[in-house]
Structure formats: structure tokens, C-alpha cells
Design a protein around this ligand. Sequence first.
Ligand code: ADP
Ligand code: MG
Length: 339
Amino acid sequence: MKKKLKILALFDAIAPTSLEQDLSAELKTDDWKTEANVLAALDNLGHTTQHLAIFDDLDLLRQKLQSFQPNVIFNLADQFKNNRAFDQNIVSFLEMQGLPFTGCGSTGLTLCKHKGISKKILGYHRIHVPEFVTIARGKRIARPPRLRFPILVKPLKEEASFGIAQASFVENDEEFKERVAFIHEKYDNDVIAEEYIEGRELYVSVLGNHRLRVFPVRELVFNEVPPDEPKIATYKAKWDEEYRKRWGILNQFASQLDPALIHQLEEMSKKIYRLLAIDGYGRLDLRLTRENEIVFIEANPNPVLACDEDFAQSALGADLAYPQLIERIAQLGMTAVRD
Ligand SMILES: Nc1ncnc2c1ncn2[C@@H]1O[C@H](COP(=O)(O)OP(=O)(O)O)[C@@H](O)[C@H]1O
Ligand SMILES: [Mg+2]
């Protein structure tokens, strides 16, 4: 039996909170599924848990740490003051105090959040990445001639397919300019525009700090989307159940992958994970072209941990049940070296 721990589950909130705030209503909603699943697993494992949701008040966290003195913080806070780019700063705050926490450290979060910097690092190390350009807000919107259509226009630093719709897929300069301006204005985000990589959409889940474990590959399939249409994990394709039903969009284990190709996917995923300084747990979004070429799309440190989402499902495919997965993540958080 593993030693029982005091674990502080740290959440983010979209409005100011207090130390003893009752979150039981939130924890019953779909939006808080990950938080509820993790808390239930930690309780199940016999750990002593407390939780705290923070909006913009770090003093609450300081007080909670002082009164509870946890062995580890289970970090599920991925925004601060409604800004998702600040996830790395929350973690930096913990790192500076030498506090053990789960998931990825500030370097990995920073590198992966910036979809241009991560691709530059990987390109340098000969991982295949799409040709791309970044266009900051306020800059002239022009497509460099080397960037060929079709192109996918995305917010430079976003997650969960925010700002990604069918209209992100552009086939001429007029559509290109319109979509870039839209992301600048409506999403208040810089843009990364990438060559569209046609192929199967694969998700590879990795667990570990130094010794890495890769779980069975998942795939997003688009059963009812006609073959010549672009297949993109848009916001709706990820989160709108009715839309998913209509287009036959399913997350499932990837079938009919050659064992040699699976090995190649695993090795490449471990290499990417290390190059981008991810620790704890991460999920890599890859595309597999018709010629069986693996192309990097995005790295997700601290991917969604809800028990029915790809990361936990992938672990389950390797016979790692949900509570045991949560236990491993807590243990990895205690042994990670963060300086
Ligand atoms: N260069 C690309 N080629 C083909 N599809 C892409 C490309 N970039 C993104 N996509 C599609 O858009 C989805 C979301 O893009 P991604 O960069 O992973 O953003 P997010 O961080 O919001 O998940 C991907 O899962 C994929 O389906
Ligand atoms: Mg993604």
C-alpha cells in the first residue's frame, strides 16, 4: 500500500473565490468533470484532500498552503484571471517556493503554449512540422509565398480548439486575410497559419518525467464527413455532441496501424515530449499522411484528465485504471525536479 498523502487539488475559477467556498454545485456540472473525477479518485485512493479554486488572488493559495501543508498540489488550474496564457505563471509561483505539484513545469507549458516556438524547436531537430507563419496583431496581414494553400489559420496561443472552425480552413488570399483579421479582432490573439496536413488525426498519450510510458494511440475519426472535405477538430467537433453525432465524429483507439508504425509513433512522441520539456503527463496531436508520414500538430502538456477523455482512455487501454493513473500522476509530481 502506498503512503497516504495530503493533497491539495488546485482549480481555476472564472470569478473571485474565497477559502471555504462551497464548490459542490460546480462539481456536479459538465465543465467541472475533470475536477470532480480527480477528487473522487484521490478520495478513493484514501488520500486526504482539500481543494481550492483561484481566480486572481494568490494570497488565498498562500493561506491554504499554510493551513493544510499538503505533500503535493494536484494542479488543475490552467488559467488565471480568465487568461489561459497564465497557466505557466501559476506553476512558476509554485516552483519558486519549491512546492511539489503535478503535471508540467513552467518551461514545458511556455514552449507548448506558443505554437510557433514549439514548431521551430521540433523543426530544428528534424521532426516533421507543417510549414507556417505567425502574424502578430497590428502587423500587416500577408501570406509569404512559400506558404501554400490550403492553410489552417489558428490563434497562436490557445487550447481546446478555441477559434478553430471550418472557416479556419482557407483556400485563397481573400479568405486568408479575412480569417487572420477575425482572430486578431474577435479572439484578441496573434495568429499562426499553417499548411493544412491531410491525414488521420492521432493522439498519443505519454506519462512520466524521465522514464516515459506511451499509451495506445487514439484517433479522432470523421465517419460521416465526405472524403474530399477537410477533417478538422474544430471547437464544435470537440465539444458539441449533436454536431459530433451528425458528422460521425468519434474518439476511439486507432485501428490498423502497422506495429512498426506504432513503434515509430511512440519513439517520436517520446522525443517530442523531451524536446519540449514536458513532464508529468502530456498528449501529442499528430497527423498521419497517406504516405505514412507522421506530422506534428500540437503538444498538450496537462491534457484534460476527465476519465472519459482521450488521455485517461488511452491509459485504460494499457490497463492503467483511472485511480491508479491519478496516483501515478501525484507520485510523479512529488519526484519532479523543477529547478
Ligand atoms: N496544420 C494542420 N493541418 C491539419 N489540421 C490541423 C492543422 N493544425 C490544426 N489542425 C486541426 O485543428 C485541430 C486543432 O488544432 P490545434 O493546433 O491542436 O489547436 P488546439 O490547441 O486548440 O487543440 C487539430 O486537432 C487538427 O484537427
Ligand atoms: Mg490540439
